[in-house]
Design a protein. Structure first.
Length: 455
């Protein structure tokens, strides 16, 4: 933790908040604009269904404690969600003021305002430890948002919970993989400590392998012997490789590793020119970070057109303001280098072909249309692999498209002892979606275990 915070302080001037916090005067003024709609389309648009009008009204009335409690009761990771959620397509996008051509209520920053005040002086009333009223224990695999939300909800129902995570610090991508101008590690770790304060136990261990294996490794057999139910919240695996010659060179690093590296390595060197390959939000985060870290030129290459780019429009527009340059209809075919280090990327121009099975137009290379971009660093950002190798056993857990298949209302898998949520189920969505999955699964598990205890 010390290393992450030290890095955070070093880059404080370069990673100014994407959405600066509101002061008291601005927060009161903004809260006063809210219409407190009885049907609250903003709440309906939030995957965790925070009672938005209620928490905003409490801000307007000066009841910041009540406002924070309203948010946390629905979303224990409300602080990080206030900073990383795509509010323009969720709560703020549903605001009735926006439909009337007015500026929507600044819900995200109001939520941050309430929770910033809360974390400055946490109220022990909310996080009071509930004595285990139940004997059935639950294990959560993975330390990211889905598991944290699941563990917190189970503890509030009186169940003992242990979170297993293979990293030194819990929090998953919130701690290690979110661009620092959106969410600082210290804020992710504040939420981890809030969950810990509820009585959740954290163990650093790799889940997988055979029972009795060496080192900090725990098998599913061991978990099944110790716990009544198991929640799978392990997220996704490593980022996909480009599959082209030269990606083994030094100076080629995937986007999530890049974000983690600059957060933890004070000597990380970018060079003058950076090439990012991909068109999603992670590619945008990496490109913006590279600019803020001092790269003179940052180029994003995407093999389809701007219209097909999967990144949120607001993220794309912001990146252009950061000075990132975008290049469409170009696909990498080779990374060139010398003495083991990447020096340039060879691209081929592309055209869009027929619609494929996934409903997207295929990409076809244009003959003799090669293009070279000299660079000092190459950052592929073309999505993550699934992490279901953990389930490559006789657990009878069904998969769909490489993801864990669940009953959506409950998160229950085809194996009655396993529940799942987050990226390992949805393939990689927003933090708030993972929180919603974890909470739903916790409520279903609590109901099941309580019914068994009372039978």
């Amino acid at each position: 933790m010390t290393q992450l915070v030290a890095q955070e302080n070093q880059f404080e001037d370069r990673f100014a908040d994407l959405h600066p916090p509101l002061d008291r005067t601005a927060a009161l003024a903004e809260a006063g604009r809210c219409l407190y709609c009885y049907d609250a389309p903003c709440s309906a648009a939030c995957p965790t269904h925070i009672d938005v009008p209620r928490f905003i009204r409490k801000i307007a009335n000066g009841n910041l404690r009540g406002s924070a409690f309203t948010i946390l009761d629905a979303n224990v990771l409300g602080l990080s969600c206030s900073r990383v959620c795509p509010v323009d397509v969720l709560c703020e996008g549903a605001c009735v003021l926006a439909s009337g051509s007015q500026k929507p209520i600044d819900i995200g920053r109001l939520q941050r305002y309430a929770l910033d005040r809360f974390y400055e002086n946490p109220d022990p009333q909310w996080s009071r430890i509930v004595a285990p009223a139940q004997t059935a224990r639950v294990a959560c695999v993975g330390g990211g948002p889905a598991s944290l939300a699941c563990a917190a909800e189970l503890r509030r129902h009186g169940f003992p919970v242990v979170v297993f995570d293979n990293r030194p610090l819990p929090g998953g991508l919130n701690t290690y993989g979110v661009a620092q101008y959106k969410l600082r590690p210290r804020d992710s770790l504040r939420e981890v400590e809030m969950v810990r304060s509820l009585g959740v136990e954290f163990r650093q261990a790799e889940v997988g392998g055979e029972a009795g294996g060496a080192g900090s490794q725990v098998s599913l057999d061991q978990l099944e012997a110790e716990f009544a139910l198991i929640f799978l919240g392990m997220g996704l695996g490593a980022m996909h490789r480009l599959g082209i010659p030269g990606e083994q060179f030094h100076g080629v690093i995937d986007a999530l590793s890049f974000i983690e590296r600059y957060k933890t390595n004070a000597d990380f060197h970018l060079g003058r020119c950076v090439v990012v390959i991909g068109g999603g939000n992670t590619a945008i985060d990496a490109a913006n970070a590279a600019r803020r870290l001092g790269a003179e030129e940052v180029h994003v290459y995407y093999r389809r057109s701007e219209r097909e780019m999967p990144a949120f429009k607001a993220e794309f527009e912001r990146s252009k303001r950061e000075g990132v340059r975008f290049h469409w209809m170009r696909q990498p075919v080779e990374i060139l280098g010398a003495e083991g280090r990447a020096l340039s990327v060879k691209f081929v121009e592309t055209c869009l072909g027929a619609v494929d099975a996934a409903g997207r137009r295929g990409v076809e290379p244009v003959e003799d249309s090669f293009y070279y971009e000299a660079c000092d660093l190459v950052i592929p950002a073309i999505g993550q692999s699934n992490l279901t190798r953990l389930l490559a056993t006789s657990r009878a857990i069904s998969l769909e498209g490489g993801m864990v298949a669940v009953d959506r209302p409950t998160g229950r898998t085809s194996n009655a002892r396993y529940y799942a949520g987050g990226d390992c189920v949805n393939g990689g969505r927003e933090v708030v979606d993972a929180v919603a999955d974890g909470k739903r699964a916790a409520l279903a598990m609590a109901a099941l275990l309580e019914a068994k205890a009372n039978a």
